[in-house]
Design a protein around this ligand. Structure first.
Ligand code: G16
Length: 538
């Protein structure tokens, strides 16, 4: 094998965000750009000998796989497991890393961001426990990227990604696997597939929107082939390099037609969707949307119905901006509960330590400790299992939950593509004004605490600072945060939450109207960003 050392210049913009490095395709396709970042991973993480490699199939996925294959061979990898055609969902990669006990994995995805030649691309490294690299590793990768002057590769022709089997390239053994098999088997071991099949056999109907992204083949194999849901249950099931021109973010805005079907009188009883790389989920019932925060709380409250949790739930965790609905369940059921910064990686120490078995985020992420990523289809199967055991409509389950635990009205307002400097200065002004807020009233509630969220990991005592600004009232919260996943400008997220012990059956935005008004005035959103209304309300 002939290793070629190629001279390069560092790029200064390769700092991984909330979930790896995400940039426009035009950035990633610059000469040496991908190579530099991949070499930074090998330089920062010593001794990678085995790897899982796959992505969500977006534009540039297959080309990037070939680049990484050559660089892996030149950097001492001797065992590489790749999904056929370069495809693997994010949770499937996490499961494979754990199953094959590899030294990690590389995932190619920009999650829910649009794809195609003018879209986004992304890459991230996961560690041997299957989790997204923690901060100290992503910091090290970034430091290496800033001084990158040479990368290692080999010269060889492209490998055939379409053929299952094992072969070698230089000294490296490559195995091309079916992307779905292992994951589908894992799901069958975690859920009561007989009970769910029996429910489908009685005529229960669902619709799953794969949004032309990675989950199509997984969903067809699981829902239609294994569980007996009628063909056509999975829509937009063919993964396309541009995701069919859509925006595979499973929320009320981007899954509009699915939402319309579930809100029509003749729609199915259950609807769900997942995102570009298969780690997010949207849950819908007939005439009913389950917020991700409520979904987490309902699963926690009804976990006895799901075999995954046959050992019980010792603890749950949610990201800080996620509503506190799951905390109420945890208190009632004597579970430990944790509040972490946004980013799935913050849950993983707690899972490794056996402290939490269920986690969730307002950004449509839910998952358990079977892998170390959030898992869209897993969350859908949790709901199907609960529905199969209770045989009650989603809406009834949700209303019963609110009756038992109270209701957290919740919404997130996003202001996208704000000039980064303006967004930073808005955050800075708010930070300076925080202290003056304490004691101020919003409607019939009072701000008791106003601070910037800092997290100290209970397991390894690592600190994460500047994780969002919080205004905490007796029964409400307003949170401001800048997104860490965008690729152009800055996105300001405003998270709004108000708790009512008894459901007041009010439309969500109306129930939150005083908080919305206060947030707008406090952040001076209209004045400083020039935006009159949020770009996306979820
Ligand atoms: C990533 C992280 C999530 C996080 C989300 C939103 O999700 O894995 O943990 O909640 O970003 O991040 P932000 O609010 O910073 O945009 P994904 O699905 O994009 O990988």
């Amino acid at each position: 094998m002939q290793v070629v050392t190629t001279n390069t210049q560092p790029f200064d913009d390769q700092k991984p965000g909330t979930s790896g490095l995400r940039k426009k395709v035009s950035v990633f396709t610059q000469k040496h750009y991908l190579n530099n970042f991949v070499q930074s991973i090998f330089n920062a993480v010593n001794g990678i000998e085995s790897l899982v490699l796959g992505g969500d199939g977006r534009y540039f996925n297959a080309t990037a796989i070939q680049v990484i294959v050559r660089m892996a061979a030149a950097n001492g990898v001797n065992k590489l497991i790749i999904g056929r055609n370069g495809l693997l969902s994010t949770p499937a990669v996490s499961a494979l890393i754990r199953h094959h006990q590899t030294d990690g994995g590389i995932i190619l995805s920009a999650s829910h961001n649009p794809a195609g030649e003018n879209g986004d691309f992304g890459i991230k490294f996961n560690t041997p426990n299957g989790a997204p690299a923690p901060q100290h590793i992503t910091d090290a990768i970034y430091r290496h990227s800033l001084k990158m002057n040479q990368y290692r590769t080999i010269q060889c022709t492209d490998i055939d990604l379409s053929r299952l089997g094992t072969f070698s390239v230089a000294d490296m053994m490559i195995t091309i696997i079916d992307p779905v098999d292992h994951y589908a088997g894992l799901m069958a071991s975690l859920f009561d597939f007989d009970a769910i099949s029996a429910m489908f056999a009685t005529g229960f109907r669902m619709r799953f929107d794969a949004m032309h992204a990675i989950t199509g083949p997984y969903a067809k194999a699981i829902f239609e082939n294994r569980l007996g849901a009628p063909s056509g249950t999975v829509i937009n099931g063919l993964p396309l390099p541009d995701f069919g021109g859509g925006h595979p973010d499973p929320n009320l805005i981007h899954a509009k037609s699915l939402v319309a079907e579930l809100f029509s009188d003749h729609g199915p009883a259950f609807g769900a969707a997942s995102d570009g790389d298969g780690d997010r989920n949207l849950i819908l019932g007939k005439h009913c949307f389950v917020t991700p925060s409520d979904s987490l709380a309902v699963i926690a409250a009804m976990h006895e119905h799901v075999p995954v949790f046959s050992g019980g739930i010792k603890g749950v965790a949610r990201s800080m901006p996620t509503s506190q609905a799951v905390d109420v369940v945890a208190q009632a059921r004597a579970m430990e509960y944790f509040e972490t910064p946004t980013g799935w990686k913050f849950f993983c120490n707690l899972m490794d330590a056996g402290r939490v078995q269920l986690c969730g985020e307002e950004s449509f992420g839910t998952g358990g400790d079977h892998v170390r990523e959030k898992d869209g289809l897993w969350a859908v199967l949790c709901w199907l299992n609960i529905l199969a055991k209770t045989r009650q409509p989603v809406q009834t389950l949700l209303q019963n939950h609110w009756r038992a635990f109270g209701r957290h009205y919740y919404s997130r307002h996003d202001y996208e593509n704000i000039d980064a400097q303006i967004a930073d200065s808005m955050m800075q002004s708010m930070l300076e004004a925080l202290r003056g807020c304490v004691g101020q009233a919003i409607a019939d509630d009072v701000i008791r605490q106003a601070d910037e969220f800092t997290y100290v990991d209970p397991i390894d005592a690592s600190r994460a600072e500047h994780q969002g600004l919080r205004l905490i009232l007796d029964n409400a919260r307003i949170i401001f945060r800048l997104s860490g996943t965008g690729t152009s400008g800055a996105t300001l997220r405003v998270y709004l939450e108000r708790f009512h012990r008894h459901d007041i059956a009010m439309e969500t935005q109306q129930a939150l109207s005083e908080l919305i008004q206060f947030a707008d005035t406090f952040a001076q959103i209209k004045h400083k960003s020039g935006r009159q209304v949020p770009d996306v309300i979820t």
